[in-house]
Write a protein that binds this ligand. Structure first.
Ligand code: HEC
Length: 302
């Protein structure tokens, strides 16, 4: 894979398969180059040793990453990485799950240590490659590649991370607390885990997200499988029942119950062979509203 700047403001990317050449980015010289790699979406090269994008999901994706020259993959997603698929392609996974609030200083330290210790280029990914991954990559570029603030800001805006929606994640991406040498040296890269524990609600949300993605595939005016909507409702209801969900506060429990009702309303409509456009809207709203209130910023400032 080569990135060749042919003239001011125009970047040519050679696909990692080495077959095609396409002009992908046309902007100021600050623009980060997009790369085509398997079925992975939104993959960008920030520097010779740093790539960022969405979650690789097939054996071919991992093989393509290896072909691109990647050695280690850092996942900042809540979904447990597919460690075996990566290993088959000769790649090592490191899991540093982030939420959508500030990146904690110990998370930054692990991230920086992983990238600096890697034997070759590193691929950082979250789920969709839009928010947490770009924020982690921004920290790495700021600390290890000495990117100035304006360049980091341009990258974050290119990736789609906006301060209005994720103020704390954005702030820590643009101004990371730089770990000192002693802190970094205290981290043994060999011991960085390929699967790290995540909060119970994150595990539930990963399930909810998968069901929701499946449900969204169904056209709004079509009738889907009631069992799918039922499963979604049950996941919300179960999340509301979990002891661990209580630490987010009583309003969150109520919102989870409301989301469950909305999903069960979709189920009821589909059972009656009716499309459920309005009911589905209500579920979608519940995701957005609850995330705004409970997920997209630090808890102390909520
Ligand atoms: C009642 C509140 C609530 C509702 C409704 C809700 N979520 Fe969440 N979601 C959360 C919270 C809180 C978190 C963050 C948990 C944490 O990081 O500790 C979260 C996290 C997530 C994550 C991130 C998981 C990760 O990788 O860290 C995804 C994806 C997600 N939710 C998808 C959805 C979708 C899709 C819907 C709607 C179909 C939805 N959620 C509805 C509260 C909610």
């Amino acid at each position: 894979m080569w990135i060749v700047a042919i003239s001011r403001g125009v970047t040519i990317a050679v696909f990692c398969s080495g077959l095609a050449v396409v002009a992908l980015a046309q902007d100021k010289s600050e623009t980060v180059s997009a790369v085509r790699c398997g079925s992975i979406e939104r993959i960008y090269q920030l520097s010779p040793r740093l790539y960022c994008g969405s979650r690789p999901s097939t054996a071919e994706d991992f093989a393509e990453l290896a072909r691109l020259g990647i050695h280690w993959i850092v996942s900042v997603d809540g979904i447990p990485p597919d460690v075996d698929a990566a290993r088959t392609a000769g790649l090592r996974y490191i899991h540093i799950p982030l939420d959508y609030g500030s990146i904690e200083t110990d998370q930054t330290a692990r991230l920086i240590r992983a990238v600096e210790a890697a034997p070759g280029p590193v691929y950082i990914h979250c789920h969709h490659g839009k928010y947490r991954g770009p924020a982690a990559a921004a920290q790495t570029a700021g600390v290890l590649e000495a990117w100035p603030r304006e360049r980091v800001a341009a990258w974050l805006s290119q990736a789609g991370l906006i301060p209005e929606e994720y103020p704390d994640l954005y702030a820590s991406a643009i101004e990371p607390v730089k770990p000192d040498r002693a802190t970094l040296d205290a981290i043994d890269p060999a011991l960085l885990p390929d699967r790290a524990p995540v909060p119970d609600l994150v595990e539930r949300m990963v399930e909810i997200d998968a069901l929701w993605m499946e449900l969204k595939e169904i056209a709004p005016d079509a009738v889907g499988e009631p069992a799918l909507a039922r499963q979604l409702g049950e996941q919300f209801r179960e999340s509301a029942r979990r002891e661990e969900s209580r630490r987010y506060g009583p309003d969150l429990i109520r919102s989870l119950e409301t989301a469950a009702k909305a999903a069960f309303a979709v189920e009821a409509a589909w059972r009656d062979r009716q499309p459920a456009a309005a009911e589905r809207e209500a579920v979608a709203r519940s995701c957005v509203e609850c995330h705004r209130a409970y997920r997209n910023r630090d808890r102390a400032t909520r």
